[in-house]
Write a protein that binds this ligand. Structure first.
Ligand SMILES: Nc1ncnc2c1ncn2[C@@H]1O[C@H](COP(=O)(O)OP(=O)(O)OP(=O)(O)O)[C@@H](O)[C@H]1O
Ligand SMILES: [Mg+2]
Length: 490
């Protein structure tokens, strides 16, 4: 039954230390943990200092190029107007892509001829593509949406667009013509999902047709121009094996998590914004047996469960008249009447916490959720606060014992300063000691140093504590070897 875990031979001292993880790859020679520099015999491959790229002198052509770009920008604006005047807008929605592209090419050629503008073939193709994106798609955002290497798109007003690639933010040279142009694109996005955004209703949170998460805030609340953030939907969410190979957690941790999920422990994934909570939750769900009925509740449906028997729910904010809201709590209450084996709540952030804890305590064990917090302790305090804010008047001890008996495991996700996302701690809740919830950390990420290229050097390690649930794991057929709880010592 249990096949995930296979630990390298104990005497493998001379063999590469596969636990030393850097940037997701096993590094044969991590520096020693005690930090003595003299021990750093063989530097890790990335440790060789990279030559700073020589800044090429700015060619005089750059100025010409810039002017040409500006001119192209003007042509594009005029052309866009021309297109809107000439195209039958009503037919746009239904026109086949081929026809629309042909139409755009015709209008562009005519326009360029009458203006006596000569463009290279590539420029012409690019211009046609941009115009097509403008008419059919989301204008300057379109290439960013198509680019699979981009995770997030962040727009700070019309002239500044950042993207996140491999955990790092980069400024792009994408820009909108002006605020009106940006607003038009925002409007196009939100009206497609039946929402509205304007001065009286200046922010909107929506899910795009492709599943991407979209948030916008427009002036006057956004001071320097509209703010947009898009978390792109990944068609193939990272699975356990990929996360292990990216260095998000170790093979031992994966084996432990498999046992925890399969034996129906209640799990909370805690972490900051964009730390990989949803990704971890999604990956953990892959350990759920295919025969179980799973109900998921999210504000924006992001989870992609592989099981056959899955019911997905998405909460809904109120419409412009302030009506029709369906909260996560409404969904959760209803879900409890829908004979679930497991309930997964995308993120617990408010009053639904009560129902979530109750569900975890009353027969829907094996439920999972995420929470915005910086450590396992912090996650528990957040739960306490949410309960207090939901208006439940209960003595703190009762609140804590409710939490202690509901939650079994807290998995802490974190985005480290080098952009890597890692599971930095797995902590078990073991009960109450007096008024305090007792916890024990079973695995953690140990930071050992910083490579010259800014990458964090570290490794996953056991803390030496045997799981509180090891007997349960054994009874359920997940007999993890005791050695997985033994820390590596140098
Ligand atoms: N271990 C990882 N390695 C590389 N990329 C990752 C990893 N975990 C998550 N990501 C990527 O990071 C981005 C953010 O992940 P995710 O949506 O899971 O974070 P989150 O904590 O749920 O964010 P939010 O707080 O906005 O809900 C996603 O694009 C995801 O694909
Ligand atoms: Mg999330």
């Amino acid at each position: 039954m249990f096949s995930r875990y296979s630990k390298p031979a104990k005497n493998a001292k001379a063999a590469p230390d596969l636990k030393a993880v850097d940037g997701g790859r096993a590094t044969p020679s991590a520096p020693s943990q005690n930090g003595s520099n003299s021990k750093r015999a063989t530097p890790p491959p990335h440790a060789t200092r990279r030559q700073a790229p020589v800044q090429a002198a700015k060619p005089p052509q750059a100025d010409k190029e810039r002017k040409r770009k500006e001119r192209l920008g003007e042509i594009k604006t005029d052309l866009h107007k021309e297109l809107l005047d000439n195209l039958n807008l009503g037919a746009l929605e239904t026109a086949a892509e081929k026809d629309l592209r042909a139409e755009i090419t015709d209008i562009t050629s005519e326009f360029l001829n009458t203006r006596d503008v000569v463009l290279t073939r590539d420029e012409r193709l690019l211009l046609n593509q941009e115009l097509y994106d403008e008419v059919r798609g989301l204008g300057p955002l379109e290439p960013l949406l198509q680019d699979e290497t981009i995770n997030d798109i962040l727009v700070n007003g019309p002239q500044q667009v950042f993207v996140e690639r491999a955990g790092k933010l980069e400024l792009t040279d994408v820009a909108f013509k002006d605020e009106r142009h940006l607003l038009r694109i925002i409007d196009k996005i939100v009206s497609a999902v039946g929402r509205r955004v304007d001065e009286s209703n200046p922010h909107v949170d929506a899910r795009l047709a492709d599943g991407s998460r979209f948030n916008a805030m427009v002036p006057p609340i956004a001071v320097d121009g509209s703010l947009v953030s898009i978390r792109k939907f990944k068609k193939d969410k990272l699975g356990i094996d990929e996360l292990v190979s990216f260095g998000a957690f170790s093979e031992e941790m994966a084996a432990f998590l498999q046992a925890a999920v399969a034996t129906r422990l209640n799990v909370i994934v805690s972490g900051g914004t964009g730390s990989g909570k949803t990704t971890s939750l999604n990956a953990l769900s892959s350990f759920i047996d295919n025969s179980e009925r799973i109900l998921t509740i999210e504000d924006t449906a992001e989870l992609q469960l592989q099981q056959t028997h899955v019911g997905r729910m998405e909460s809904r904010p109120a419409n412009v008249e302030g009506k029709g809201a369906v909260s996560q709590r409404d969904c959760l209450k209803n879900a409890l009447r829908m004979r679930p084996d497991r309930i997964i709540v995308g993120e617990t952030r408010g009053e639904e916490v009560i129902d979530m804890l109750q569900a975890m305590n009353t027969g829907h064990d094996g439920s999972m959720t995420t929470i915005h917090a910086n450590s396992a302790r912090d996650a528990v305090s957040r739960l306490e606060n949410m309960i207090a804010m939901a208006g439940i008047e209960m003595p703190i001890k009762a609140v804590r014992s409710q939490i202690a008996s509901a939650v079994n495991l807290i998995v802490q996700a974190s985005r480290l300063q080098d952009g890597s996302r890692r599971m930095v701690s797995i902590t078990e809740i073991t009960g109450m000691e007096g008024d305090v919830i007792s916890m024990q950390e079973v695995f953690r990420y140990e930071r050992l140093g910083l490579a010259p290229d800014g990458k964090i050097i570290g490794r996953f390690n056991a803390t030496g504590v045997r799981s509180h649930y090891s007997e349960r794991f054994r009874q359920w057929g997940y007999d993890l070897p005791a050695s997985i709880y033994e820390p590596w010592s140098d």
